[in-house]
Write a protein that binds this ligand. Sequence first.
Ligand SMILES: CC(C)(COP(=O)(O)OP(=O)(O)OC[C@H]1O[C@@H](n2cnc3c(N)ncnc32)[C@H](O)[C@@H]1OP(=O)(O)O)[C@@H](O)C(=O)NCCC(=O)NCCS
Length: 211
Amino acid sequence: MIATAQPDAGTRAHAEPEPVDAGTPAKLFVLRVIHFVTNYVVSQLPSFGLRRIWYRHAVGATIAPDAGIHLGCYVWSYTSRQVKRTGFRIGARSRINRGCCLDARGRLDIGQDVSISREVTILTASHAVNARDFRVELRPVVIEDNVWIGTRAVVLPGVTVGRGSVVAAGSVVTRDVPALSMVAGVPARTVGMRDPAAAEYLLDSPFPLFE
Ligand SMILES: CC(C)(COP(=O)(O)OP(=O)(O)OC[C@H]1O[C@@H](n2cnc3c(N)ncnc32)[C@H](O)[C@@H]1OP(=O)(O)O)[C@@H](O)C(=O)NCCC(=O)NCCS
């Protein structure tokens, strides 16, 4: 379980520079092969169990045994100049639906009973647009327990989506989302609040076949 962050609307995590530990060409080659197999082979295997084993052991993710990543997701787990993988965690019973993009280059921490709908994009890397080297910057993203993110929303680097909150379909989340709030639009703004009692469910339905 992730501890609930204090609501802190309007803020986001500070950027950290991309680590430069490129390693040997052989190491980088192996990483690129793992990245390719993860996103173009394993992501298409029709088994939650097989995919989970791969994400844990080859990608280095910490995924609860009853959490699931559906078919066709794209997992970004390293940057071009970084060999060491950063944190990627998914808590108990959380579901990542089909076709999502999960960027774990700058640490991605997803709590428990989180529902992420189809084709959501969560990003943890960006470029320093006013730096002459166009360098990569990383910011962690935290999705707290019992959050629901609607279809095709985009969560930008550095954001914490607070416990029990809802992100409406198609929204672009640029700043922290307070716990139990409902945000919508581009950029996402608070449009309502969620009943605290309605945000305490367990997502324990069985995994659907071939999903
Ligand atoms: C967030 C959501 C649940 C809100 O539903 P709701 O509680 O019925 O809220 P309302 O429709 O009354 O909307 C409240 C306000 O937010 C706005 N709003 C709702 N969804 C929005 C969206 N996706 N983008 C922009 N604004 C949105 C509404 O226009 C309304 O604004 P108004 O009061 O100025 O008219 C719903 O809009 C949504 O996005 N659901 C996601 C569906 C989805 O992804 N399904 C896939 C998995 S099953």
